[in-house]
Design a protein around this ligand. Sequence first.
Ligand code: UDP
Ligand code: UDP
Length: 470
Amino acid sequence: TSTGEANSDGTRPHVVFVPTAGMGHFHPFFRFIAALSTHDAVDISIVTVLPTVSAAEADHLAALFADFPAVRRIDLHLLPIDAAEFPAGADTFLLRWEALRRSAHLLGPLLAAATPRATAVVTDIVLASHVIPIARELRVQCHVLFISCATMLSLCAYFPVYLENFSGDVGDVDIPGVGRVARSSLPQPLLDPEHLFTRQFVANGGEICKADGVVLNTFDALEPDTLAALRNGTLIPNFPPVFAVGPFKSLTTTTTGEKKSPSPPLAWLDEQSPRSVVYVAFGNRTAVTPDQLSEIAAGLESSGCNFLWVLKTTVVDRDDDADPNIVLGEDFLSRVRGRGHVTKGWVEQEEILSHPAVALFISHCGWNSVVEAAERGVPVLAWPRAGDQRLDAMVVERSGLGVWMEKWSWNGEEGLVSGEEIGRKVREVMDDSVVRATAAKVGEEAAKAVAVGGSSYRSMQEFLVKLKAA
Ligand code: UDP
Ligand code: UDP
């Protein structure tokens, strides 16, 4: 195939990936790296930032290097930042991004010293405004792997333009060709222009237009209008090429590791009848308040449905020592014994979503979770909380993948969602044959996109051609 060819100057492309912290960021990077590594004419390195934030990240990095021995590792030792400079209680991951941005100048020498010569960098959006100029100076291509939906990308690219033309408080944002994002659906830090997230967001959004390309874990049929607006200049004239290459293949199906015996959640699912289980999980870094946990418990119980619930009470997994018996009460756990399975810690989410017993996914709508559900046609009951999640939920609703409970609140600040309401809604969506059918259709479109000749397949080919033009 054409992928076996060298660059125009005779060398093979050597792509250096620069991921940032958080499993929601690592996962798409690792999956894309796995996909790219099947093209044997591309050399790959990963900038590994030390120390890692979470246990899950450390484990997954180690596994990646073990499974892909040809992938090179470039260590970057983070410079310390002074925590006193930031508000108390600032988000651990946001601080890590800031630390990385301040250490970004260390990347230049690492890239310049890479062997074989680096021909392209693929950076996380969080670092884009620092990495793109470094890559330019070294005359290597610079692509952004955008870990969220195309709709969030459109907001990121358009927000600096919005701010330029607007004075006063941030309101609803009308994105050309995409539509209106209500003020309440914006990542909430954007309402404060001085917030660290906003400063990073505006810097990166302004710079992304100078990237050589943007790679996305989405597919044309999931976000048709937004992808068209990005590609045809409606949103920003001369926006870089957008490669929608998703759904990314899961690592469990690309690696050749031996099959382990099923983990307790999967073993429990094996006992359940088809389409009987509600899977409840809010990603790797979303802690739920104790009061809201009690309401979720009451709702799951009153729904009458079987459920598999991943309990998370802290933002960083290493800190989570809560005992479900204490958090939820032994009474609850004994009442739901048999029909409910509550687990803590890391689960194999993709295997869970692939399981025939799972009928509905109550999700915070981290973008990876949404795409994983889309790929399998599993209906989503969207309960977005922070960051990009309300934009992701907009995609869930528009595409027919599921139902978005727009009134269900951010973090309990606007009041708890009652167990009664949760129970009623869960029952309703479980019984909704229309949602089931439209979600299944999204799954079919996902399969078509990655099949030979499909939209994502073609986008990946175009990306490879671009890499070789370095
Ligand atoms: N994930 C998982 N097991 C867990 C928690 C998370 O496999 O116990 C995976 C999940 O499948 C997804 C990613 O971690 O691929 C989480 O990313 P997402 O964008 O959904 O949400 P975030 O955690 O970034 O909020
Ligand atoms: N993001 C962005 N531009 C930036 C920084 C972040 O578009 O300059 C996106 C990022 O891709 C992610 C979201 O903003 O989708 C951040 O969400 P959140 O704060 O929930 O953190 P995350 O889930 O990424 O860890």
